[in-house]
Design a protein around this ligand. Structure first.
Ligand code: ADP
Length: 162
């Protein structure tokens, strides 16, 4: 079985993430979407909420699993017997960070490949951060996230402000 992991914060999952996951799911027999418990970020949604939303929107993909992980991505990838780490690339500014991360991961685990999928042009500007900012100021995120996530965002921001 050819397994890959697609790690990230997914706070929350956007249409940009979904596009990358959908395309990567065609390249591997099993794709594990791995929500990172990165303590340096200050997420809006709890890890469990992020997993729940991912499971809901990824239900139509039979070879995609959702999981949580802590610690180094390469350790998790090895534990799950993955051959590759899949990342999405948006704009030039993503490149420097992704390049550094891919080289570091290669140093730590030389048999693991990092594979980059180029974003679709219409999703190139979407990030979870932008989506949260738009929603926080009452803007519509309808074309940026799956419908279930739009409602969860509205509910979450409402519960935080009350
Ligand atoms: P991280 O905090 O690890 O960057 P993110 O949830 O922000 O986690 O992103 C997870 C992965 O999805 C990353 O590889 C990122 O480049 C990719 N990604 C995020 N948004 C998009 C998008 N709009 N198009 C393509 N890839 C994206």
């Amino acid at each position: 079985m050819r397994t890959a992991i697609c790690p990230g914060s997914f706070d929350p999952v956007t249409l940009g993430h979904l596009d990358i996951i959908g395309r990567a799911s065609l390249l591997f027999s099993r794709l594990i979407v791995a929500v990172s418990l990165n303590p340096t970020k200050n997420p809006l949604f709890s890890p469990e909420e992020r997993v729940e939303m991912l499971k809901e929107v990824l239900a139509p993909f039979p070879n995609v699993e959702v999981d949580l992980f802590n610690g180094l991505t390469v350790h998790y990838a090895i534990e799950r017997k993955a051959k590759a780490i899949v990342r999405g690339l948006r704009v030039i500014s993503d490149f420097e960070n992704e390049f550094r991360m891919a080289l570091t991961n290669k140093k730590l685990a030389c048999h693991l490949e990092t594979i980059f999928l180029m974003t679709k042009a219409e999703y190139s500007f979407i990030s979870s951060t932008t989506v949260k900012e738009i929603a926080a100021f009452g803007g519509s995120v309808r074309d940026l996230v799956p419908p279930q996530v739009e409602q969860r965002l509205i509910d979450k921001l409402r519960s935080k402000s009350s």
